[in-house]
Design a protein around this ligand. Structure first.
Ligand code: NAI
Length: 331
């Protein structure tokens, strides 16, 4: 089936092509992001394959629909970039990848936490320059600390298990409590109670109307002073300006971000030779106690292999008129 693959980096192209060897779909690789301006590149393709910073808003979906697209397959778990109600209205099916290594993201969240707490990235930069000073590199033991997990689904639960292994106390927040989280000693609390008790808060919930800015000026105001915030979920969960204010006052002791509210125009590209005009990200990376990575938590051999295979399988199921097991919930 003719499929336009947007945001197709070199690794997307080679791994998707190799997952497609048996299925034989006709893949049209497009490096650009899917937007209203680039949607025409998918003309004549019944299927469109996208990633997290492609736009699947009502306008884009309507252009795709008028060009004959009937399936949008996102190479991600999160689908907040696709307007599910507009897709349903236009008769476009939307599939995602629900089941790929949740360990990839959970392990990366732990890595970010260790890096920001123990200043590992700073230390590495220093030693490369021959500076072996310890001044400014002090962290805290995680053992015995309270870790707050917002969203105790697949990734949050694995993150919680790893932190339990560190000897941390676990508190969680989720409208659908998990018995497994409680079985490893986790206690559920409201967001504000969690923020006021936790030394570390890690976000693992999807971005929805209910969770947008779940970390904001009000919740940061009750944060236990000096706590560390880790976000590997979606940028829109954090009001970045409020987080910057909290960093300035020391209310927030450290911040580790793999996702950023305005990442669409920055991430997945080499902008090192250009002038970055986003002052917020520039301010963020200027703090010594902030680490920003460019949405790479999912980026392991295991996870990518599964993402590509599931995507190809969804294309095949759609072409054959079979049940779409990875269809997103109705909008
Ligand atoms: P999941 O669906 O297994 O778990 C999400 C959990 O969040 C569920 O338990 C759900 O009940 C909970 N939740 C929903 N609304 C909530 C609210 N208002 N407050 C607190 N919790 C709430 O999803 P999974 O696989 O664990 O993924 C979580 C998120 O991680 C995805 O939505 C995606 O945004 C992000 N992600 C990031 C990646 C990266 O590379 N940085 C890669 C993959 C996922």
């Amino acid at each position: 089936m003719k499929t336009a693959v947007f945001s197709a980096r070199r690794y997307d192209q080679s791994l998707l092509a190799s997952a497609n060897q048996t299925a034989g779909h006709e893949l049209r690789f497009i490096q650009d992001r899917l937007t209203a301006e680039t949607a025409a590149l998918a003309a004549g393709c019944p299927a469109v394959c996208v990633f997290v910073n492609d736009s699947g808003d009502a306008q884009v979906l309507s252009i795709l629909s008028s060009q004959g697209t009937r399936l949008v397959a996102t190479r991600s778990t999160g689908y907040n970039h696709i307007d599910a109600s507009a897709a349903a209205r236009l008769g476009i099916e939307v599939v995602r990848v629900t089941d790929y290594s949740p360990y990839s993201v959970a392990e990366f969240a732990v890595g970010l936490l260790l890096a920001v707490n123990r200043k590992i990235a700073r230390a590495s930069v220093r030693t490369r320059e021959g500076n072996f000073e310890l001044e400014g590199l002090m962290g805290m033991d995680l053992h015995g600390k309270t870790v707050g997990v917002i969203g105790t689904g697949k990734i949050g639960l694995i993150f919680a298990r790893i932190m339990a292994g560190f000897g941390c106390r676990l508190v969680g927040h989720d409208p659908y409590p998990s018995a497994e989280f409680e079985s490893i000693g986790g206690r559920y609390l409201g967001v504000e109670d969690l923020m006021s008790q936790a030394d570390v808060v890690s976000l693992h919930c999807p971005l929805t109307d209910a969770t947008r800015y779940i970390v904001n000026a009000a919740t940061l105001a009750v944060l236990k002073r000096g706590s560390i915030l880790v976000n590997t979920s979606r940028g829109g969960l954090v009001d970045t300006e409020a987080a910057i204010q909290a960093l300035k006052t020391g209310a927030l002791g450290g911040l580790a971000l793999d996702v950023y509210e305005q990442e669409a125009s920055l991430f997945f590209q080499d902008l090192s030779s250009t002038v970055i005009t986003d002052d917020v990200i520039q301010r963020l990376v200027s703090f010594p106690n902030v680490i920003v990575t460019g949405h790479q938590a999912f980026f392991t051999v295991e996870a990518i292999g599964q993402i590509m295979q599931t995507t190809i399988d969804s294309l095949t199921a759609f072409e054959r008129g079979e049940v779409l097991v990875n269809r997103i919930p109705a909008g």
